[in-house]
Design a protein around this ligand. Structure first.
Ligand SMILES: C[S@@+](CC[C@H](N)C(=O)[O-])C[C@H]1O[C@@H](n2cnc3c(N)ncnc32)[C@H](O)[C@@H]1O
Length: 272
C-alpha cells in the first residue's frame, strides 16, 4: 500500500501543484525565514563552502545557502521529485545565481556522489518523510569530507501547541493525523541520536520555535490539511472538522490565537 505521506512520492500526488506552492508559502513566512536562517548560521556555513541539500524541494533553503557561500562556493540540490525540481529551476533562474547551483534528481538513500565531496550536507524537513532515516543520514555523512558538517532540521509533530475552545478535539485531530500520515512524526527530537548513530562527533542541538498569532497562510494551510486528513482517516466527521477550523477564525478575530511548533536543528562533524 502506498504511504499516506504525500512527500514520499510527490509526483504521484493529485495535488502536486498545491504541495509545491505550499513549500514557497512556508519559505516566505517571516518566522520560518528567520528560523531557517538561524539554522544555517548554527551549521556555520562559510563563504566558499561546497554544500549539498538533500530533499531540496523548490529551493527555499538552497537560495539562502547560495547567498551565504557566495560566488566562490558551490550549491547542489537533490530531490526525488521531477516536478519540484522543475519549479526549483524556474525559481533559481528568476532569483539569479550568486553561486554555482546544480540540481540533481536522486533518492536520498542512494546519492549519486563520490565520498567526501562536500564541506556541508544538509537535510531540512526531509528526515521525517523517508522510510529509513539512518540510511539517509549515513549517505549525508558519506558524501561529506572528513572534518565537514552534516546539518539536519525537522519539525516535531509531538510539540505543536494551538489555542482552541475544544482541546480534546484538537488533540484527537493533531495526534491522530500525525500518527497515521508520518512513519516518525516525532522526528525532530531524534536528530542528534541519528547523527551519532551515523558516526558523527561533536553533535550540537538548537531548538527553535515557529510562532504565529495571526494565522499566517502557512499555519492556515497546516490546520486545513490536518482537518482534511482527519476526515479522510475517519478520526472526525466533516462537520466536526469544519467546526474545528471555524474555532480558529473566532480566536484570530478576538486576538487570542496562538500556534507554536518546535523545529530541531542538529549538527555533527564527520571524523577525520
Ligand atoms: C517537506 S519538503 C522540504 C523541501 C525543502 N527542504 C524545504 O525546506 O523547503 C520534502 C522534500 O523531500 C523530497 N523527498 C522526499 N523523499 C525523498 C527521497 N527519498 N529522496 C530525495 N528527496 C525526497 C520531496 O520530494 C520534497 O521535495
Amino acid at each position: 500500500m502506498p504511504s499516506p505521506d504525500p512527500w514520499r512520492a510527490l509526483d504521484r500526488q493529485p495535488n502536486v501543484d498545491r504541495l509545491i506552492a505550499a513549500l514557497e508559502t512556508r519559505g516566505a513566512t517571516p518566522t520560518q525565514a528567520r528560523l531557517r536562517r538561524r539554522f544555517l548560521a548554527f551549521v556555520g556555513l562559510r563563504p566558499g563552502d561546497r554544500v549539498v541539500e538533500v530533499g531540496c524541494g523548490t529551493g527555499v533553503v538552497l537560495r539562502d545557502v547560495a547567498a551565504r557561500v557566495g560566488r566562490r562556493g558551490a550549491v547542489v540540490g537533490v530531490d526525488a521529485s521531477r516536478r519540484v525540481l522543475a519549479a526549483a529551476r524556474r525559481l533559481a533562474a528568476r532569483n539569479g545565481r550568486p553561486s554555482a547551483l546544480a540540481l540533481r534528481r536522486a533518492d536520498a538513500a542512494r546519492l549519486p556522489f563520490a565520498a567526501d565531496r562536500f564541506d556541508v550536507a544538509l537535510a531540512v524537513t526531509l528526515i521525517l518523510h523517508v522510510p529509513d532515516p539512518l540510511r539517509v543520514v549515513g549517505e549525508l555523512v558519506r558524501v561529506t569530507r572528513p572534518g565537514g558538517r552534516v546539518g539536519l532540521q525537522d519539525q516535531d509533530f509531538g510539540v505543536v501547541a494551538v489555542t482552541h475552545a475544544d482541546r480534546a478535539l484538537t488533540d484527537r485531530i493533531l495526534a491522530g493525523v500525525a500518527r497515521r500520515v508520518y512513519a516518525e512524526p516525532y522526528s525532530g527530537r531524534r536528530l542528534p541520536a541519528l547523527l551519532r548513530a551515523a558516526g558523527c562527533i561533536r553533535i550540537r542541538l538548537r531548538t527553535d520555535v515557529y510562532q504565529d498569532t495571526t494565522l499566517e497562510p502557512f499555519t492556515r494551510n497546516f490546520l486545513e490539511r490536518r482537518a482534511e486528513n482527519a476526515v479522510r482517516f475517519g478520526i472526525v466527521t466533516a462537520a466536526a472538522a469544519q467546526r474545528w477550523l471555524d474555532g480558529f477564525t473566532a480566536l484570530v478575530a478576538a486576538g487570542d490565537f496562538v500556534f507554536t511548533m518546535n523545529y530541531y536543528g542538529a549538527v555533527g562533524v564527520k571524523p577525520r
